[in-house]
Write a protein that binds this ligand. Sequence first.
Ligand code: GLN
Length: 613
Amino acid sequence: MPHSEPSPADQPEGAGFLSQFGKSEESTEWHSPAPAGYLRGKTKFVVVIGTVMSGLGKGIFASSLAKLIKDKGLSVSPIKMEGYLNIDSGTLNPYRHGEVFVLADGCETDMDLGTYERILGQELTRKNFITAGQVYTEVLERERRGGYLGRDVQMIPHVTGLVKMRLRELAMTGNNGNQVDVVFVEVGGTAGDYENGFYIEALRELAFEEGPESTCFVALTYILEPSILGEQKSKAAQLGIKRLMEAGIQPHIVACRAKNPVTEKVMEKIAMFSNVPLKRIFSMHDRESVYAIPEEMRAAGLDREILSILNLHDRTNPAKEDTARVAWLDFSRRIFATRRHQIELGISGKYAALRDAYASIDKAIEHCSVHLSCDVRVRWIDTSDLMDDAQAARALDGVQAVIVPGGFGQRGVEGKIRCAKWARVNKVPFLGICLGFQVAVIEFGRNVLGLAGANSTEFEPNCAHPMISELPDQKKLEGIMGGTMRLGTQQVLLEPGSLASFLYGGKLEMRERFRHRYEVEPSYIEQLHEAGLRFSGRHPKFPIMQLLELPQSMHPYFVGGQFHPELTSRPLAPNPMFMGLVAAAIASREPEFAATELGRRWVRGAAKPVAAH
Ligand code: GLN
């Protein structure tokens, strides 16, 4: 043996689990690890697998379903299984894959995790995200430690065993050490893909091991409606579902994505070819809004079928469901209500052609637009094209608010600096996010402090004024390794009486999520302060500037966060930085808005004069 004594982590896990079958790890061909204390049958699994094609909105489907079940008083936890070999989404190009979503614990994930957090209103962790890269790495590292007790290490049972282990570990993350009632599994890609085959096999094994009524397989499929035929065709869906059945998985439910409501004839065909009763075939045709989906699912009875398949009716709490439903319905109805106000907002970014790259910003704006009854028209501006101030002014002409979002790399940065300048000089409400925050500092340094050559060392390592810099010594204090980013939730202390504190409801501290490598160079802080740019949000211990603002005497709403406020915005709890931006934009067009109840809450300076009346 290459090692002396196995560490606890190397012990054959789940002896307890196998003992439920009267087996031990050494005496069986099964490799079915489970964490200590895991109770089989306590946690149920709903598995959503796509067929026919990707891009069907599996994440929205699975999260809406999870929400419906959660609203009934059950605890839920979703997991997204990615087939790619990356360890996480940190190095993925947002132009190809959509934005990188950062969780509170710093895990960089697929943008679908954002959908889950928003729809479920629940914070997720790295346990809710798994990639093929993570699975293989863990198996190979364990093999090197001698953790497989001399056996040859195989896709089945060892790789699949690890997947089952991860699912059971996730099941253990309920409140107070309780097991979660339902784990929702979303398998990336579609049935038949080469790279997700081991996940599908692991889930087949899981269903077998967990026993009857433990696992509900949902095949999400697509019904074609070729325009030349003018009718729906089920063949692609049939073939897709067959792929799943070839892998040994009999779906319990078939959900049919389609442009139009799926006809009875097509549903009958699918039922007939898939052995799924007609009442468990559902039409999930396009809706006007994703927020309507949970209620549509409920109306169609999808939730009841899941509860029956998993024998969960006894765990529901109808009173809780009513409250949660009313709050969500109120929001989803207001999406379509006529809006009282209207503004246009410019987003000065690099991936302006691809909305997915800024998905959470788009959603955060949507949340505010509902809460403030404001029709927010978004103008996407590609800052790579803005070669001088006049071009920036033309691109932004007519907008009432500007967002400069986060980003990496030099392209488009000068254009972003010009947009920040335009917003500052013209007193147009401005929100800088991460790179946008850094850009606001550079702009102020160059144009107000007169520091020619002010820049970030990310773009110009030897610039005359490195106002934004990597600061390795500072990072060391925080325990961040060289070259890596500050990731995840951090505490932010807010200055009393500041705009920031006003936005966060008078609080003097809050928490937001970060993803950046560079920060404000502390030696410039004093000069900036004297000239008006205040860092009203700081790290509790180190001189890390986390939030900036201009005083009311200089600008109605000029704020920036080194963090990403869009990541924590939820439909029922919009992020304050965005609420303040949109409210300030409304007030710039309609001064009387400041005197309304919403205006008093969200427009700075509105509170006092109005209260005096
Ligand atoms: N590129 C900048 C940094 O690394 C900003 C990062 C971001 O906007 N997410 O600090």
